[in-house]
Design a protein around this ligand. Structure first.
Ligand SMILES: [Zn+2]
Length: 378
């Protein structure tokens, strides 16, 4: 292997990484922040701190694709059964979000721009998933006493609005100064859509009759516990917080967060399927045709919101190229000279195009023979 390739493929210590590539309490196993596509893909067969983040989402994505195929092959008729449409769009969203997350985790070290864009894609897929869930909750899981309530009629339009707003706010958090406030704010932008879409389950638990408590109710509640556990892991950074350096490659909180999220989604999918099977005679009884799902309220709506998500993604990406200085793509691992040649660096701080956004500040220092670059962390 050529020397240059060997140099690029070695793993880095946190001190060698640009600030916004650093993960809290993770010390080792960082990949080169200017990796090529091939290097990124190959790194998923090596012990980096992103490897298990990739596998804990790509394997579930494949599992959800297979499950969706089997369910529709054996149990549901998409062409003649309108009641199958919400399950179809929901299933698509459950396949998409872990796949997008896996790709974000594998490709985010191609450049600083790529890192942001990868996670914009991740947030767009989560936004899409939250709406897919809402479409399924409305179709299968509302308490029977609420089936004609105004809230049920407004539920999906509100969920669409919240999904779009949360996508924008989640992307905006990538431009916030680093720290716990940023972490909490990002968590809230993900939590609010979730807390809204599960309102029917809360209603069903407290207002429901015996029929409401059957079907997939047990699985809905267990999914809620997995969601709570996921939020705890995301915010707490346990176990790596307790012993920094011991969980760099295996069993750090983000990997466990992926697993608990997927277990929750798996329960949610099973719960919707049970609700669909066991409650359809109640939800699709004569006289309730106006409540039946349609192509427009399922595939049409998801296409519309998915398109808006893509436009948001493009908008934030173009904003990124406007404000993130090109020289910030140089890395601690690779840049050894010409530090002072750029007129963008004044007193060690980048100023060109800086709109007061912390991620674009870029300090360059020399420590023990190594160049360290700080760009405001994520
Ligand atoms: Zn992740």
């Amino acid at each position: 292997m050529e020397k240059g390739v060997a140099q690029k493929s070695r793993y880095h210590h946190v001190e060698e990484m640009p600030e916004h590539f650093k993960e809290m309490f993770i010390l080792q196993g960082y990949r080169n922040p200017n990796s090529t596509f091939r290097e990124c893909m190959l790194s998923m067969c090596h012990p980096t701190n992103e490897t298990m983040n990739f596998w804990t989402h790509i394997l579930p994505a494949i599992y959800f694709i297979w499950s969706t195929f089997v369910i529709f092959r054996d149990n549901l008729d998409l062409t003649h059964d309108a009641f199958a449409l919400p399950f179809f769009v929901y299933s698509l969203s459950t396949c998409l979000y872990p796949a997008a997350s896996a790709l974000a985790h594998v490709l985010n070290t191609m450049s600083p721009h790529a890192r942001h864009i990868c996670f914009f894609v991740d947030y767009a897929a989560l936004s899409f998933y939250s709406l897919g869930s809402a479409v399924a909750y409305k179709a299968y899981s509302f308490p029977l006493s609420q089936e004609n309530a105004p809230f049920r009629k407004l539920y999906v339009p509100f969920a669409s609005l919240i999904a779009v707003i949360s996508m924008s706010m989640c992307c905006a958090t990538r431009f916030m100064p680093s720290g716990i406030l940023k972490k909490v704010f990002r968590m809230l932008t993900m939590a609010v859509p979730y807390m809204f879409v599960i309102i029917p389950i809360v209603q069903r638990y407290y207002l429901g009759n015996a029929e409401d408590l059957s079907g997939g109710m047990y699985l809905h509640l267990r999914q809620f516990l997995f969601a709570l556990l996921s939020a705890f892991l995301y915010l707490s950074h346990i176990p790596e917080r307790l012993s920094p350096g011991c969980f760099d490659i295996l069993f750090h909180s983000h990997q466990i967060f992926h697993v608990t999220s997927i277990l929750g989604t798996s329960d949610q999918m099973a719960a919707f399927f049970l609700d669909l099977q066991e409650r359809r005679h109640l939800l699709a009884r004569p006289g309730h045709d106006g409540l039946m799902p349609s192509h427009r309220s399922t595939i049409g709506l998801m296409t519309l919101v998915g398109t808006v998500n893509i436009l948001q993604l493009m908008m934030f990406s173009s904003q990124l190229y406007r404000i993130l200085p090109q020289h910030s793509q140089t890395t601690a691992a690779e840049k050894h000279s010409n530090l002072e040649t750029s007129d963008q660096v004044i007193n060690g701080r980048c100023t060109k195009g800086n709109s007061g956004i912390s991620d674009v500040t870029h300090r360059v220092t020399y420590r023990g023979g190594k160049v360290a670059s700080q760009a405001g962390n994520n």
